[in-house]
Design a binder for this molecule. Structure first.
Ligand SMILES: Nc1ncnc2c1ncn2[C@@H]1O[C@H](COP(=O)(O)OS(=O)(=O)O)[C@@H](OP(=O)(O)O)[C@H]1O
Ligand SMILES: Nc1ncnc2c1ncn2[C@@H]1O[C@H](COP(=O)(O)OP(=O)(O)O)[C@@H](O)[C@H]1O
Length: 178
């Protein structure tokens, strides 16, 4: 069995979390690892259907994803998690769950500045917020508590997608997980 681990990619909308997760997933799969991407949008459609974006709902969402990721990690899967997880308390609870389960957990902060994210605006959310059609957007008019000591910080505005994914891969290698 391959060594499991959770890699949580936290950051603002359009920071690059999902893109990096799928790029890394492709590379890890080609190397023979078991990999699952717990895509935030898919999770919200199925596992967390009905939850919104209040602090309480985001916390619940993150705990559900954390539970699933730990189960996968414990069973030899690399669980790649591109989910905003804006609250430090929620992320810490997920880390604790992994420690208790004996599963490896890496926190990667995709630290793309909000100015760059709002320029990318992959899903048009920043434009909607600016037009007054949406409120409570993370990093704009809703909190994002930056990780104080992530295992890795990625400045995606200065790198290609391949370079960003390679940085996470290097971290996994350094920790004996890939
Ligand atoms: N108000 C608001 N704030 C932030 N994000 C919003 C919001 N409304 C919708 N979306 C879209 O939902 C995705 C965030 O879901 P997550 O499950 O990753 O967020 S959270 O951890 O529960 O906060 C997020 O996906 P990503 O862009 O991939 O981060 C957004 O596309
Ligand atoms: N180094 C990089 N890493 C990740 N994404 C990047 C990078 N450089 C540019 N991008 C672009 O930024 C966008 C990020 O979108 P996405 O991955 O959906 O963000 P998120 O999942 O954080 O909301 C994509 O269009 C991607 O091509």
């Amino acid at each position: 069995m391959t060594t499991g681990a959770t890699v949580w990619l936290t950051g603002l909308p359009s920071a690059g979390k999902t893109t990096i997760a799928y790029e890394l997933a492709g590379r890890l799969k080609a190397e023979g690892h078991l990999v699952e991407v717990l895509d935030g949008d898919e999770i919200r459609e199925f596992l967390s259907a009905g939850l919104g974006f209040s602090r309480e709902d985001r916390h619940t969402n993150v705990q559900r994803v954390g539970f699933l990721a730990e189960l996968l990690a414990r069973n030899g899967v690399k669980a790649l998690v591109p989910v905003i997880a804006p609250y430090a308390e929620s992320r810490d609870a997920v880390r604790r769950r992994h420690q208790e389960g004996g599963s490896a957990y890496l926190e990667v902060h995709v630290a793309t500045p909000v100015e760059v994210c709002s320029e990318r605006d992959v899903k048009g959310l920043y434009a909607k917020q600016a037009a007054g059609e949406l409120s409570g957007l993370t990093g704009v008019d809703d909190p994002y508590e930056e990780p104080e000591s992530p295992d890795l910080r990625i400045e995606s505005q200065h790198q290609s997608v391949r370079e960003s994914a390679a940085a996470v891969h290097a971290l996994l290698t350094e920790r004996g997980l890939a």
